[in-house]
Design a protein around this ligand. Structure first.
Ligand SMILES: *Cc1c(COP(=O)(O)O)cnc(C)c1O
Length: 389
């Protein structure tokens, strides 16, 4: 095959398909000089909540701030603990720690890469105790308040058992759906199952803004109102504060861009799913399915392939080889959160979350964006075949 350059992600290809629609909208916002919490924000909140099958949407400044706001909305702070996955982007654990609460990292299911419900029920049954109307983590003494499942790479965590367990222990559920807009679990969309769903519109997510932006979904009207107030420093009415919030606002300009892009999201997601199906065929034809492990779309799920992740032997050597061949790849994520230096105070050791640690050593993201040509996918698969030949 002749040498090609296949980037991990090329946003310019997508931009040119909607450029003529977005530029006039930007001009309209500029002419209005209304930049904060205007009509574009409201329109986006209604449209994204509907898309996510959720009752309420609150636009925020980033996916990270969506998580932080969710935790603040549930009044989680010092003395509390939140259970989550160690195999995720830093913001998942980072925001928990920033509230003063303690992250509890439990191992993942190796197929979905998401928080394992068995680990969750075992930790609550064996390492926690119920007293004074709460659930307390015995080792740290912290009160477990919530579980934060992450729908990593675009496939939802096993929500039914997670929700059942959380209900039994009186725990809130915050979905980190930053990579999972439009992902489904038995027909229900990411962000509609927990108390709060957190989304990111970081440019590399399936629905990306032209900068930082995010959104939270909520089922309960009172909680949604609380989140809205906390988004603007906790002031209601303005300048009267019964709560300490922050500036977690989404920009009107970013909302206007997202309002143009949202109607196109389904076609982009379908493009990613088509590419995943093509990879599967090509990897099988190349006889590689014994050597490398392809992503698995579990029964009843709709994977949106924010990332297409394979598990491979000699991952780092393969990655270097693919770079030489002009193919962009990435490692999401090389270090589990329980092993990050900043979380040393939590006292985890290597081996505490073995599946997460194994995934960190074996996974590799391949180009999957919707606008890729079939010839590019063929080139990627052929390069991998040559590496293992
Ligand atoms: C992207 C991401 C975030 C943070 O979103 P930002 O918009 O970048 O702040 C949080 N969690 C996960 C799993 C993510 O992928």
């Amino acid at each position: 095959m002749t040498k090609m350059t296949v980037p991990l992600l090329d946003l310019r290809r997508q931009y040119h398909t909607f450029k003529s629609d977005v530029l006039p909208v930007l001009e309209r916002v500029c002419e209005s000089q209304m930049f904060i919490l205007g009509p574009e924000v409201t329109r986006l909140e209604v449209a994204v909540a509907a898309y996510c099958h959720s009752a309420h949407g609150i636009g925020v400044s980033s996916g990270t701030d969506a998580l932080l706001l969710a935790l603040m909305g549930l009044d989680i702070g010092p003395g509390d603990a939140v259970i989550t996955s160690p195999y995720t982007f830093f913001a998942t654990g980072g925001t928990i720690a920033r509230t003063g609460a303690r992250p509890i990292y439990l191992d993942i299911d190796p197929v979905s890469f998401n928080l394992c419900p068995t680990q969750l029920s075992r930790h609550l049954a064996e390492s926690c105790e119920r007293r004074d109307g709460g659930v307390y983590d015995r080792a740290s003494g912290a009160r477990v308040r919530a579980v934060m499942p992450v729908h990593l790479y675009g496939q939802m965590a096993d929500m039914q058992p997670i929700l059942t367990i959380c209900q039994a222990y009186g725990l809130s559920v915050i979905e980190d759906a930053a990579q999972a807009i439009g992902s489904e679990y038995h027909g229900q969309r990411a962000g509609s199952l927990g108390d709060i769903g957190c989304f990111s519109f970081f440019p590399t997510k399936n629905l990306g803004a032209f900068g930082d932006a995010g959104l939270v979904t909520a089922r309960d009207a009172d909680l949604a109102e609380r989140l809205r107030v906390l988004r603007v420093h906790g002031g209601k009415p303005k300048y009267y504060h019964s709560m300490i919030g922050g500036n977690f606002r989404i920009d009107e300009l970013q909302s206007a861009i997202l309002n143009v892009k949202l109607p196109l999201l389904e076609s982009w997601t379908e493009g990613r799913r088509r590419n995943a199906a093509t990879y599967e065929t090509l990897f099988a034809q190349a006889g590689l399915t014994e050597t490398i492990r392809l992503p698995v779309e579990l029964t009843g799920r709709r994977h949106i392939y924010n990332q297409y992740i394979i598990r491979v032997p000699e991952r780092d050597r393969l990655r270097a080889f693919l770079a030489q061949e002009g193919i962009g790849t990435e490692i999401y994520y090389p270090v589990s959160l329980h092993q990050q230096e900043c979380f040393a105070y939590l006292g985890y050791a290597a081996g505490d979350c073995p599946e997460s640690e194994r995934a960190a050593a074996e996974t590799l993201a391949l180009p999957i964006f919707a606008e890729l040509e079939r010839a590019e996918l063929e080139y990627v698969v052929d390069a991998i075949r040559r590496f293992y030949a």
